[in-house]
Design a protein around this ligand. Structure first.
Ligand code: CO
Length: 647
């Protein structure tokens, strides 16, 4: 049997820089010229899961490496998926994208500003607002969505440009000076301005600056003494290619231009074997619906994965700033819009963190204390999408917990209101009419859980009070009620924190020492519902935000919660389409899709740059082990004197 968890090169490893170079060379030979075409992504075409498992169980020697490229033809106004066999050196398949548009590319995004700055109609609109220096203009591209009322642009690839203006050249934060009631529809292929929406009234551009660099904020604090993380013997993890070994954990770290950080084959080594837990875990889609009905804010909602290629917008992380301590960095190999492969250095950061007390007890009869400290492995990545920065953090704990945390920071997407007025759908940020419109951030994580094997089921659990009666003598009895969710429709559920609702993925074929099926529990930790009406465009296009839990039988190609190409898509793609047949999800290989929402009514303190807000959930062993799996942790050592500190 081939032990996939111990191979240096894994069949699902991302394409290397050499493989990407070769894929582009083959595409060029096939006629994909330099200027006419834009590459939105090139990445490994994931082989079917069954084929990967066949390699794992030794019944197959290996798999062909196939690149999938998504390419825009700017002359023919069409987009296609190309499948390139790296073994055969040929394009083996090509599929036209019929509905929706591929993600935006950087050259397209940069083109808007330069075209608008030279356009007399746009200059006139800006002059109405007292702005004449076009070099100070920022135009952020926002996806247009699909509201059914722009049919004259059908077939075009276009964006809605929203406008900000810097207060003087240089590093001024343009988001402090939003241009209200102005939006521009722009064709990315033809570079044409389709329409300028210049609504009345003209709202004054807020004037107060919102800069946050050291030179802008006045005197800096001087009372911080150094806080260094030192690991004199190095970190406790080992890395071999994409494989990470840390404590009992085994996992593979991968990266996708669309999803960013991707975790694969996460398992727990119990000394006898590696027990599978998470076959594949990644952000599948995210969307930020704005609740402000004002003319240019009502249609603000971007799908940062499927419309903007969140992975390709990952930052190169810096030691001491993004990550502190003994760091291991994974690089990502990507292809830019012109088809040039490049390496994004330090795309993923991995390190260990002390996380306080894992377990303790002071025996007050004997005076003895046992304490074990918790340490967690952190695998993380940050992407900047326009004004916002999102951190995606996966934590692995010594007690078997896996936590997923999103860090939300960056700069609010602002609006302007007549000075002296107060916005109903937002928060005033200063006295010159700057405000932050209310919005929500929804993240959908696709979790292909394989708990101790492929045959899994999912159980909903919540607390209920017992009815009055002889069995409930003081009316305080309550219990947990468990229901097996048998179909895709039964599994479309909302969080219910007042009743302590969790969902547990079990393997009915594998029992623990207590004789119960082994399992892992999905534990929500703060969430919010969507306020978008059931008949709204956003609910149709981002249906995943209408439920927190979705479960599907694992099916190759079902990867994205809002479908493959949500950009300009009318809706219905992804989870609503996947679950339309209401397939069985019992005793089979299942995928859990969890929608995590963060409600954002901006605060003055979120300006001019937002302190990190957190959204998270936990995957927690629940009968996966027979008892606390972290009893074998050594006692902590107080390093100053080398003694155990608590005995
Ligand atoms: Co926000």
């Amino acid at each position: 049997m081939v032990d996939v968890l111990n191979q240096t090169t894994y069949v699902l490893d991302p394409l290397s820089i050499d493989e990407l170079t070769e894929a582009v060379r083959i595409l060029r030979e096939d006629g994909i010229g330099k200027d006419r075409y834009l590459f939105t992504q090139v990445e490994l075409a994931e082989p079917p899961k069954a084929a990967v498992l066949a390699v794992e169980n030794g019944s197959s020697a290996g798999l062909p490496r196939v690149a999938k490229a998504v390419i825009i033809d700017r002359v023919e106004h069409r987009s296609d998926e190309y499948f390139v066999s790296l073994d055969e050196g040929t394009v083996i398949d090509r599929k036209r994208i019929e509905t929706g548009q591929p993600t935006f590319t950087m050259p397209e995004i940069f083109s808007i500003e330069s075209v608008l700055r030279d356009d007399p109609r746009f200059q006139a609109a800006m002059a109405r607002r007292g702005v004449t220096d076009m070099s100070l203009i920022w135009v952020d591209p926002w996806s247009t969505g699909d509201y059914g009322d722009e049919t004259e642009y059908a077939g075009r690839r276009y964006v809605r440009g929203l406008v900000w203006v810097m207060d003087g050249a240089g590093d001024d934060n343009g988001y402090a000076h939003p241009v209200e009631n102005l939006a521009v529809l722009f064709d990315l292929n033809t570079q044409e301005i389709l329409r300028i929406d210049d609504f009345d009234p003209v709202v004054p551009v807020p004037q107060k600056r919102g800069n946050y660099r050291p030179e802008d904020v006045g005197e800096l604090r001087t009372d911080l003494r150094p806080l260094d993380i030192t690991q004199p013997e190095g970190a406790s993890f080992e890395v071999d290619g994409s494989l990470v070994t840390w404590q009992n954990w085994r996992l593979r770290v991968a990266f996708s231009p669309r999803e960013g950080l991707v975790l694969r084959t996460v398992g727990w080594d119990d000394g006898q074997r590696v027990r599978s837990i998470l076959y594949r875990g990644a952000l599948s889609e995210m969307v930020v619906p704005y609740g402000d009905p004002a003319l240019i804010h009502a249609r603000k909602n971007t799908f940062d994965v499927g419309e903007l290629n969140l992975g390709a917008l990952a930052n190169s992380l810096t030691l001491g700033c993004d990550c502190l301590g003994e760091i291991y960095y994974f690089d990502a190999a990507l292809v830019d819009a012109h088809g040039d492969p490049y390496v994004l250095k330090n795309a993923i950061c991995m390190h260990e963190e002390d996380f306080g007390v894992l377990w303790r007890h002071f025996n007050w009869r004997t005076g003895k204390t046992e304490i074990r400290r918790s340490r967690r492995l952190v695998v993380s990545s940050f992407s900047t999408i326009g004004n916002y920065d999102y951190g995606f953090f996966w934590y692995f704990y010594q007690d078997g917990n896996i936590e997923c945390e999103v860090k939300l920071t960056g700069i609010l997407s602002t609006g302007a209101i007549e000075p002296g007025q107060t916005p109903v759908h937002g928060q005033l940020l200063n006295e010159t009419g700057l405000y932050g419109p209310i919005h929500q951030h929804f993240f959908n994580f696709r979790l292909d859980l394989d708990i101790d094997g492929l045959t899994n089921s999912i159980i909903e659990e919540h607390g209920e009070a017992d009815p009055p009666g002889p069995g409930n003598p003081v009316r305080s009895a309550f219990r947990n009620v468990k229901t097996v969710l048998k179909t895709e429709h039964e599994a479309q559920q909302l969080v219910d924190p007042l009743r302590g609702r969790t969902w547990k993925v079990i393997n009915p074929d594998v029992t623990n020492g207590i004789g119960e099926p082994v399992g892992y529990r999905l534990v929500p930790s703060g969430n919010v519902g969507s306020f978008s009406g059931a008949d709204s465009s956003i609910a149709r296009r981002a249906t995943f935000i209408t439920k927190h839990l979705w479960v599907t039988p694992q099916t190759d190609g079902e990867i994205f919660a809002a479908g493959d190409y949500p950009n300009q898509h009318p809706g219905g793609g992804g989870l609503p389409a996947y679950t339309a047949q209401n397939r069985s999800i019992e005793d089979t290989d299942i995928v859990v899709w969890y929608t995590l929402g963060s409600h954002h009514q901006p605060r003055p303190e979120d300006w001019p740059v937002m302190p990190v807000a957190y959204a998270r959930f936990m995957l927690m062993p629940s009968g996966f082990f027979d008892q606390n799996p972290a009893l074998d942790l050594p006692e902590p050592v107080a390093h100053k004197n080398g003694h155990h500190c608590c005995s």
